[in-house]
Write a protein that binds this ligand. Structure first.
Ligand SMILES: NC(=O)c1ccc[n+]([C@@H]2O[C@H](COP(=O)([O-])OP(=O)(O)OC[C@H]3O[C@@H](n4cnc5c(N)ncnc54)[C@H](O)[C@@H]3O)[C@@H](O)[C@H]2O)c1
Length: 324
């Protein structure tokens, strides 16, 4: 019997790079995605692969889930209402998809005897750190300051509580992602800054002094591959921050990097004394335990997104399709 890796939300920004990586390893990959953003073309590159299957539907729909879970041995759960703005726009939907559906998927996975379940979480869960010069580790107390982070913390706890010797679960807390993917997003800080400077020549920056970690979208996808390949005992019931400790930046640092490339950029700073999301993160654990390291840096990502926009491959980077 063929065993499948189910990737929920696999047509998304991270998923559409992860899926070809998993196929190239020889895995059978089934994607379950509602194509919420009209992002159906993001997986056309793998469509003719006979180890690929696509199920269109809602991760919260019983019939869809049963179809998608057939002969599945491992699940990467990416489907979500992603980020603070999207969750604020649709708070009920955010709870339904991010928390309730995750719980149901975990129930079904256990019922079906799935071996491994990876939950895609976020470093936003750390909220604001007390002292600016400390690095948050996975043991840090979580202080969600948005509905998005609240739903992610709740789903993390549920995921970790299910871990047992027959059901390996782990949570990957991604840094803010950047870079180019087949399902492009321009609502993420680095990509958004580059777009505004490249297209409008100007940029407004709120709270330039606040820190955040960043990770390239390919490296974010590679972290799931590393976790799927890791021995059970290193993974079960664990949380891993995904990124690199050297890739914590203030927004001001991002602006400096952009100005080196586009000196004419007109940047306005709107100072804020308080930002609920101000955190620097340590990524030591994923390096030590999973042997994972990132391969790209924010300057690489800025160059990459600039090249994309200069190429005219994207007609209107302000289109709603490019946000979560
Ligand atoms: N991009 C980031 O900076 C970032 C950072 C931290 C964590 N994450 C997490 O990584 C995961 C992937 O994020 P992304 O950036 O690829 O976002 P994305 O919006 O591009 O991808 C999410 C995918 O889930 C699908 N989806 C949404 N609701 C669904 C539903 N009810 N049923 C089935 N499919 C549904 C969407 O159609 C989309 O293809 C999310 O869980 C997100 O919270 C992302």
């Amino acid at each position: 019997m063929r065993r499948w890796t189910l990737v929920t939300g696999g047509a998304g920004y991270v998923g559409s790079l992860l899926v070809p990586m998993l196929l190239s390893q020889g895995r059978n990959v089934r994607v379950l995605d509602s194509l919420k953003h009209g992002n159906g073309s993001s997986l056309l590159g793998v469509w003719s692969d006979d180890r690929f299957e696509f199920v269109h539907g809602d991760v919260d729909d019983e019939t869809t889930l049963v179809e998608a879970s057939r002969d599945v041995s491992e699940i990467v759960h990416l489907a979500a209402i992603v980020g603070d703005p999207a969750c604020s726009r649709e708070p009920d939907e955010a709870r339904r998809v991010n928390v309730d559906a995750t719980r149901r998927l975990l129930d079904l996975a256990q019922e079906l005897g799935v071996d491994r379940f990876l939950f895609s979480s976020t470093c936003s869960n750390y909220g604001k750190l007390e002292a600016g010069d400390v690095l948050a580790t996975e043991e840090w107390e979580l202080r969600p300051v948005s509905l998005y982070a609240e739903t992610k913390v709740e789903a993390e706890l549920e995921t970790l509580a299910r871990a047992n010797p027959d059901f390996t679960t782990a949570c990957l807390r991604l840094a803010t992602v950047y870079g180019v993917s087949p399902r492009m997003r321009f609502d993420l800080t680095v990509n958004e800054f580059v777009r505004d400077v490249a297209v409008q020549g100007s940029l407004v920056v709120y709270g330039e002094q606040f820190w955040r970690p960043y990770v390239h979208v390919r490296d974010a996808a590679r972290a799931f591959v590393a976790a799927l390949d890791a021995p059970q005992e290193t993974l079960n019931g664990e949380v891993f921050n995904v990124g690199s400790t050297s890739e914590n930046y203030r927004k001001l640092d991002l602006v400096e990097l952009l100005r080196e490339r586009v000196p004419s950029a007109d940047v306005q700073f709107v100072h804020r004394d308080e930002d609920p999301r101000d955190y620097r993160v340590s990524f030591e654990k994923i390096g030590t335990v999973l042997g994972y390291g990132t391969t790209r840096s924010v300057p690489d990502g800025i160059d990459e997104v600039l090249r994309l926009l200069e190429s005219s491959a994207i007609e209107d980077p302000y289109a709603l399709a490019y946000r979560a």
